[in-house]
Design a protein around this ligand. Sequence first.
Ligand code: IVH
Length: 682
Amino acid sequence: MPKSTAPTARAAKLRQLLNRAAHAYYVLDTPVMEDAVYDLLYQELLELETVTPALISVDSPTQRVGRQASEGFRRAEHRISMLSLNNVFDLEELQGWYEKLLRLLGRQADDLELVGELKVDGNALALSYERGVLVRGATRGDGSCGEDITDNVRTIATVPLRLHLDNPPDWIEVRGEAFIPNAAFAAINAERKRQNQTALANPRNACAGTLRQLDSKVVAERHLDFFAYTLHVPWEMSGRLQLAEQWQSLQQLEKLGFHVSPDRCLSANLDAIRDFYNYWQEQRKFLTYPTDGVVIKLNDLRCQEKAGFTQRFPRWAVALKYPAEEAPSQLLRLQVQVGRTGAVTPVAEFKPVALSGTSVSRATLHNADRLEELELHIGDTIIVRKAGEIIPEVVRVLEYLRPAGTSRASLPKHCPECASLLIREPGKAVTRCINNSCPAILRRAIQHWGSKKALDIAGLGSNLIEQLVDCGLVFSISDLYRLDRNSLISLDRMGAKSAVNLIAKLQASRAQPWHRQLYGLGIRHLGSVNARALAKAFSTFNNLVTVACLDPKAVTTIQGVGPEIAQSLHRWFTVPANSRLIADLHSLGLLVTKDDNEIGDFTEATAILSGKTFVLTGTLPTLSRARATELIENAGGQVTKDVSRRTNYLIVGNNAGSRLSKAQSLGTIILDEDGLRQLLAL
Ligand code: IVH
């Protein structure tokens, strides 16, 4: 975060920011700062105060004991302390926790049964039932005393007002997590957007704010849900309800009428827990409720009792958190990347942060519109996101942390590589450098030509390409084939042997089938699968050029090739500079057909999905159902309507239906559109 050079001033600023944020969170119920940012600033203040204790003041949030209770709700003393869980952050730490438990309980082998539950990202509630009737719903508060929010709890449709139990005992206490289901959270934010209000940052804060609403009608409108996970009963009841294990408690809670997360596992030791954790790390994006990790508990309740508690946490349970997907960082500079089609992409460079298990320091800002929308200033505190495979992106900017005197980041007017004026067509999001000999475009074009799915030229790495272009050895793809040993060895880190190897690889690449060369030209929208389809349909490259130029519609008769591709081919082939490139490549023996076997790897490649059965559900972000079906079938796969044991893959989009739960229960592999594209090598 932006730091002032004077520690005294910085500490004062941090105190002010943190106190304001805490007031907004606890008293006003309107969080103004993300938890991760609060933690980061708090940590910074703590460090300043540790180094210079004289900076500690009575109003420092580090000196606050407990939390300020909001007025408006009655206090609710907890009959049994409501503790939180200790966290571990990877499987190795989890192993350490388990081994400690084995030692504590005097076990030799790893034979302590565990229950794995998903860690629902909401707010803990304690529900008290007297003679089977809900009499109180309370928040955790400081663990010994929370707030009585019974009226609000009653609005949660899945909390039974009367337990499904004959002869209920005097009291029963059920604990669990109240949460806002993902769909309800999205609807709340859509409505807020419609009313020009800022979006709620995350479902947990939104849930906490909702639970502490003084008007329970508002709570009812938010459609909260509740998953029960702990059952406390008088000891004489445990026999009757057969409560010797956590697993049985969960089953009993279902019988009592509660909603219990169906996503749980019973494991003889850590093995199945590891699988459970790994499985949900990928699949949790398809869940209808928010999760941030898994909770692992000893199954045997007597063992739980023996293991007991530390000052703050149970020893018999632990939370294994999934790596953060969002984190704050500080914007250092705005970089501009020029792609092989000349498209200019603004890229944010920021202080490295750990996200989804990797260190991230760059994120795309997509285009000029997005840059405008974010109103980024250099030095801004930004929230960066990286969910699983998804490329990192800047989600939002924390304007209230903006240092004074900073300048707004915007796209340059000229290409940073060749200084040509950048062009943005009216109505288009993309800004482009349209200078065909721009070194940035050329570098990318060469990189694409040598890539695995194109000419597959090992050794043609980005460093070498940069040198080849910068030293003026290569002005086009075809120049690659004119490189000689002497000019190559003049380059940095290029010995005679590597030079000879590279030339050999380049020459060998001329024998690659022409569909690979076609793909290697980097024509927009033309992926490798469609390049193969075209090569199968046209006997020679020149045939394709003739048809694409004279009758682009005819190209669309080829399965998988739509008007977008046909138009793109037409446009590319009719640019004079590209015709010159083709002629040059022809003269070097490229893009010519020697015999029909040239497309020999076609059959093998298209058979990638042969024998595989797919089901599609929901709306995919970019592919229509018909198009996805066509792509799968082109690659040898089969698309059926319903999920069965024979289904190999379920492809899931937005608003997936019951097919998703069926696939989950059958253990079918579930992929999103990106996953499908990877399968199809698109
Ligand atoms: S057990 C004494 N089980 O996560 C232990 N907690 O970070 C009681 N949470 O305070 C908690 N899902 O609010 C438990 N399946 C689950 C949970 C869960 C979410 C919350 C709970 C807890 C916090 C700890």
